[in-house]
Design a protein around this ligand. Structure first.
Ligand SMILES: Cc1ncc(COP(=O)(O)O)c(C=O)c1O
Length: 397
């Protein structure tokens, strides 16, 4: 039987979590002390010896980033590339696919806004055709429609966001992965909000690419991310369009040789202090155990959802059979800005999600903005009670 999580220890290792209720891990979370210390230490080493010397001296720790990410995602270190953020990882993956005019991309209504912009950009420049999978009445992705679209259009790519930024649903990336694997279709998963929040296993999902960011539920530094690249993609020889001297070697005047591993998707330069910080953050999650983190997250979130459901003026907007640690809501009588002011006043940290981050979803819901609360395992049940109390006190006045 697995041991319970030591919340006191975790909170002691999360400086400044006591003077506020931090509910913005979907934005940029609080890092464990070990992460911040590692970054500061690395920067001071660079200050003393210069970046190149430190990079050489700390190779072992730098390599640990790839090992930790591989443990977390259930792959080999060779399948991992460091990225500057999730979008950097994602666009490198997209740029490696040899699209031709008329090629089809299938995505969901809930895919991240920047991904949608990139598909539209591909459509404008190369004549790519974009199809979106319908949602069922309950908000879930319609798997039958997905199958139909795949059979009708033989897409070059299926691209699905695991957890959207603007609502708490979890999309069924596993069943879509089965379908893509059966049909040998390239499958790209945006796991920016799910990696670090719940168990994400690339073997189970059967994806070819998976992108994630460091600063959100992984609790790493800003300006970090990662890309998983499958062996199949590496063996196919796919490489980013704008590959550089890290991803390839210039072998003759008119020739270059791409790297054998996912380093093919990485740039020569990297902020190594931040990379080391991300390695520590992933190691921290691995030490606790991602299944435990997922369990605790569900417990906290079920509690918060049920507490807010008791407040009749509050309307939650998250739909789907599986919900995540992103909760979105509005109040019937107060504006989103007013609610945020009240939460700010009580040191409850959260964010506002607006229409441009999920045009299709927001238009369907008929709202322009919602408050987004995103607790993580270091939060407590008492904090969830407190937030519900703040909202019900203010609203009943
Ligand atoms: C679902 C999703 N994908 C991608 C991103 C982009 O991440 P980044 O800002 O690290 O590029 C975000 C950021 O909020 C997101 O929520």
């Amino acid at each position: 039987m697995s041991m319970a999580m030591d919340i006191n220890k975790i909170r002691n290792e999360t400086l400044y979590c006591e003077d506020k209720i931090f509910l913005n891990s979907a934005g940029s979370s609080l890092s464990p002390t070990v992460v911040n210390e590692a970054v500061r230490h690395f920067l001071s080493e660079e200050e003393t010896r210069g970046g190149y010397q430190v990079e050489e001296d700390r190779q072992h720790d730098i390599n640990d980033f790839y090992h930790q990410a591989a443990i977390l995602l259930n792959c080999k270190a060779e399948n991992i590339a460091f990225a500057h953020d999730a979008t950097d990882a994602y666009s490198k993956a997209l740029s490696s696919i040899p699209f031709e005019a008329g090629d089809v991309i299938i995505t969901s209504n809930d895919d991240y806004s920047s991904n949608q912009i990139q598909f539209l950009s591909l459509q404008n420049r190369y004549g790519i055709i974009l199809h979106r999978i319908n949602n069922l009445e309950n908000g879930d992705i319609d798997l039958d429609h997905c199958k139909l679209l795949v059979e009708q259009h033989r897409p070059k790519l299926v691209a699905i966001t695991h957890i959207p930024t603007n609502s708490g649903k979890v999309q069924d990336v596993k069943n879509i992965g089965e379908l893509c694997a059966d049909q040998q279709i390239i499958y790209l998963v945006d796991a920016c909000q799910s990696v670090g929040q719940l168990s994400v296993d690339v073997q189970e999902i059967k994806c070819d690419f998976l992108s994630a960011t460091g600063r959100k539920f992984l609790r790493g530094p800003r300006g970090t991310g990662l890309l998983y690249v499958s062996d199949r993609i590496l063996n196919l020889g796919y490489a980013p369009l704008f590959i550089d001297g890290r991803g390839a070697t210039w072998t003759a005047a008119n020739q270059y040789k791409p790297a054998d591993t996912a380093l093919r998707f990485q740039m020569w330069e990297a902020p190594y202090a931040m990379l080391i910080g991300l390695a520590k953050a992933i190691n921290y999650a691995n030490q606790i155990g991602i299944k435990k983190i997922e369990g605790r997250n569900k417990q906290i979130m079920n509690h918060l959802r049920s507490k807010l459901a008791e407040i009749k003026e509050i309307k939650m907007y998250d739909r789907g059979s599986q919900l995540s640690n992103i909760l979105t809501f509005r109040h019937i009588g107060l504006s989103v800005a007013d609610i945020q002011k009240i939460l700010d006043h009580h040191q409850v940290y959260c964010s506002i999600s607006t229409r441009e981050w999920g045009v299709i979803d927001f238009d369907k819901k008929g709202v322009e903005s919602v408050i987004r609360l995103s607790p993580h395992y270091f939060n407590t049940i008492e904090e969830m009670d407190r937030v519900a109390q703040i909202l019900s006190d203010v609203l009943s006045n």
